[in-house]
Each structure stands twice: as C-alpha cells, then as structure tokens.
Design a protein around this ligand. Structure first.
Ligand code: ATP
Ligand code: MG
Length: 456
C-alpha cells in the first residue's frame, strides 16, 4: 500500500462545470448507488493543465454487470479490455471497472505481452497499471479531490513524461506505449524523463511487435496534433520510423527528411492560425521527396508522373497504408507536377483551376513550396487563375482532422494497394505541350486502376 497524495478542491483547478454534463450525470449516478466513481486518465490530466479534454473517461468499482443494471441505456463492449458504454443519444460515456496490474505470466515465459486486461482491482492498482504518471490521476466525485499515486503532480508541473514502474518492462508489455510517450511529449512540449528516454532508445525496434493497426493510428495522431514537426523528429530520433519504415527512410535520405519536417512545420504554423487540412493533404508531406528533382527543360510530365506513381504505390504497399488515402496522396502529388509542367499553358491553367482537384493540390503546394522563391513566377500564374474564379479556395477543414486513419480502408478492409500492377498509364506518350491531351483528372484514372476494393 502506498499513500496517495491528495489535492483538495481548493488546491486544484478542476471544476465540475468543465466536465461534460453526461459524464457528470454518470459519476453522480454511481456515487448515489454507493459506488466509487472517478474521472480518470487524459481528462484529469488535461483539466489540470487548463486544457479542454477530448473525451472523459470514468473508472468505478462497479463491475460491468452491475453497470448494465444501473444504466439501462448501456452496453458492455470490448473483450481484451471490457468496459461499458452508457448512451446519451448518439454519444456515449465510457465507464471502466477499476483494474489490477497484471502479473507477468507464470513460469519463465519471457513474453511480457499483455493480452488479457480484465482483472478487477482498486484505485491504487488501477493507477499503477496505467502508462505514464500524468495519465494516472483520479478526480473523486465524492470529495472533489484529485488523487495521485504515481507522482503525477510533480511530473505535470515539470512537464515530464515518466513511465509508471520500470519503463523497459512497460514498453515490452505494450510497445505502443513508446509512441504514446512521444505523442504526449510532443503535444504538451514535455521532456521525456531519463529512464523512460533510455528505455525508449533501447526498445524502439520492438515497435514491430505491436499491432500494426494501433501503431499506424498513433503515428497519424502524432502527425495531426500540435507540434507535428517535433513529433515527427522524435519518432525519427528514437529510431521508431527507421524500424517501421526502413525503405521509406532510405529512399528519402537526410534531405528528404528535412523536406518532410519542413512540410509539417508549415502545417503546424497553419494550425496555429486556425487553418486545418484533411488527412489526404497532410499525408502528402511524407511523400514529397518522391517527386525528386525536376528539370522542366528535359523532363516530360507523363514520364515523371508515371515514375512517381509507381514509386509511391510500391512504397505505400511496404508501409501498409490505407489504399484510399494513398490514392488521393498520389493524385495530389501528381498535381504538384502538373502545376510545374503546365503553368505556361493558358488553356490548361484555366481548365485545371476549375476542377475539384485544384484546391487540395494547391494547398499541398503552398504547404510544401510556399516559401520557395524560385517558384514565385509559377505560383503567381496559378494563384491569379484561381482568383479569377472568384470563389473561396477550398481544401481546408473546420478543425483538426480527427478521422481514424483506418476509415480510409476499402470495404474489404485491406489497407493495401493491389500488388503486381505498375503505375504506368501507357498510351499517352504524346508531346507534353499538346494542349488537347489533358492529363487530368488523375483521380479517375488512378482509382479506376486500383478498383474500388482492389483487384478482383
Ligand atoms: P488523449 O488525449 O490522446 O485521448 P488519453 O490519455 O486520454 O489521451 P487514451 O488513449 O484515451 O489516452 O487512454 C485513456 C487512459 O487509459 C490513459 O490516460 C491511460 O491512463 C490509459 N491507457 C491508455 N492506453 C494505455 C496503455 N497502452 N497502457 C497503459 N495505460 C493506457
Ligand atoms: Mg482519451
């Protein structure tokens, strides 16, 4: 037994009016039925930092079947991690029963990987099974106290990410925690405490043991939250990107990586100015280096576009990224070539700005090359043609794109591009200044090639 540090209402900033009202209702309902009820995890952390939480999670000593009985509008979900959703119209509040730390498997099985996390426990054991100290605070609805078993308060104050327990063991149990450490460090501008930092360095390659789905999700979260550039650099510096995407890292090299980082810095800056882009646009940043060096005198659009398409398709396969997302990324990057190769052809310029592809292509261009002085002439041409349409430039979204990366998967569920097809579109060949042969829209051509759900 450890004595927790208790922070009373007057000594912390969490007020009930900052808590979502349905969450508050569930907390009170539990308390009135005689159960313990706590606001937990990220919500307590965010409120302590004076930020608005994304979601509110509840922990209680009531068991799932008791929760079902207490809340008629509820459902038990999950197997590996069973919890109860209490529904309020389309929305639900997540309630988890307090859990115990999982004992390592008996015998000398070296595999520490947790695959069953449904052993009930109390508030103390529940605190210690969480990943980082700042994620292990409890707000008690009975007393309005904040309860700290793990030293979270000191770490919050010092802006420090510290794994609970032995970081090497915690990262081996669940390698996704390494990406979570980076996610929180980048998002909150925290440093990673020494032992946690060293364990991250040591165990980064083990990220390959984690579920590909969870890993991809965390990476795209890191690339969609504040301080994307910092998050990207941390993933590279800790060797996570090298472990997951070795071919990508090799192909882009140091200069390519700098280009990718500069793109995400531009996305960060836009976000600070309240301009946000959909994932299809922000993901283009990862693949900008594949456009390569272009010599407008010698190169031909069709040839370069075919090469880029082919390179990107095979890279997307290796990286196991959702096919629909990548089809768009490829289109938008081909669009970059279009902007370069055809800016001097008035008719094409006029026609392209009128297509729905122009705005997203243009946003990618501005994020990637907005600061490149050599391109000023090219940019003026497109910007003016677009301005003449007299409509606002699209390609942005109202807030950060919160879609799950896997919502981009085809109906068959495969995130892969079909194999064994090359990106060549053949037959075009013609002169690149042949104004009659509009090589746009690329979208239809590419998705037709891929088929809605991949190869038949
Ligand atoms: P976010 O603001 O990104 O949602 P969060 O801290 O709420 O951050 P969640 O993924 O929503 O993160 O998880 C909720 C809580 O569950 C965490 O705060 C943490 O206490 C615990 N948790 C989540 N994932 C893990 C994990 N892999 N290992 C241990 N504890 C975890
Ligand atoms: Mg959360």
């Amino acid at each position: 037994m450890t004595d927790p540090r208790i922070i009373q209402r007057q000594d912390h900033p969490i007020s009930r009016k900052d808590i979502d009202k349905d969450t508050l209702y569930v907390l009170y309902r539990l308390k009135d039925a005689g159960y313990e009820a706590y606001l937990v995890g990220g919500a307590v952390r965010d409120l302590m930092l004076g930020r608005k939480p994304k979601d509110f999670d509840i922990a209680t000593d009531a068991r799932p079947h008791e929760l079902k009985r207490l809340f008629r509008n509820s459902r038990v979900v999950g197997r590996r991690f069973r919890l109860v959703h209490v529904f309020f119209g389309p929305k639900n509040v997540e309630v988890a029963t307090l859990r115990s730390g999982i004992e390592p498997p008996p015998g000398n099985d070296p595999d520490l990987y947790i695959d069953d996390d449904n052993q009930w426990g109390d508030i103390e054991s529940d605190a210690f099974r969480r990943d980082f100290t700042i994620n292990a605070l409890f707000y008690d609805i009975r007393s309005f106290n904040v309860i700290d078993y793990t030293g979270a308060l000191d770490d919050l104050q010092a802006h420090r990410i510290r794994a609970i327990g032995d970081p090497a063991v915690r990262f081996q149990e669940d390698p996704v925690r390494m990406l979570r450490a980076i996610k929180f460090a980048a998002r909150f501008g925290c440093e990673i405490e020494d032992a946690t930092h060293n364990a991250l360095l040591d165990h980064a390659p083990e990220i390959l043991k984690a579920s590909r789905h969870r890993v991809t999700e965390e990476i795209f979260r890191i690339l969609s939250q504040p301080n994307r550039e910092i998050g990207l650099r941390m993933m590279a510096d800790y060797g996570i990107l090298g472990a997951l995407y070795p071919e990508w890292l090799d192909a882009i090299g140091d200069d390519g990586f700098a280009q990718v980082a500069a793109f995400y810095a531009a996305v960060d800056k836009a976000a600070e100015e309240d301009r946000f882009f959909p994932l299809e646009i922000t993901t283009c940043g990862l693949f900008l280096p594949f456009l390569g060096e272009i010599d407008l005198e010698k190169d031909n659009f069709n040839r370069v576009a075919a090469r880029v398409t082919e390179d990107l398709r095979s890279m997307a396969l290796r990286m196991d990224l959702p096919k629909r997302l990548m089809a768009q990324v490829i289109d938008y990057l081909r669009g970059q070539l279009y902007l370069l190769f055809f800016h001097h052809l008035t008719k094409r310029v006029r026609r392209f700005v009128e297509t729905p592809y122009f705005d997203p292509v243009w946003q990618v261009h501005l994020l990637a090359y907005g600061q490149v002085e050599d391109l000023e002439g090219v940019q003026t041409i497109w910007a003016e043609a677009r301005k003449r349409l007299g409509t606002p430039v699209g390609g942005t979204v109202g807030g950060p794109d919160k879609r799950d990366i896997f919502s981009f998967r085809g109906r068959t569920g495969g995130g892969r591009l079909p194999q064994g097809r090359d990106g060549r579109r053949g037959g075009r060949g013609g002169r690149q200044d042949d104004d009659e042969d509009g090589d746009w829209p690329a979208q239809s051509a590419i998705t037709a090639d891929l088929g809605e759900d991949g190869p038949a």
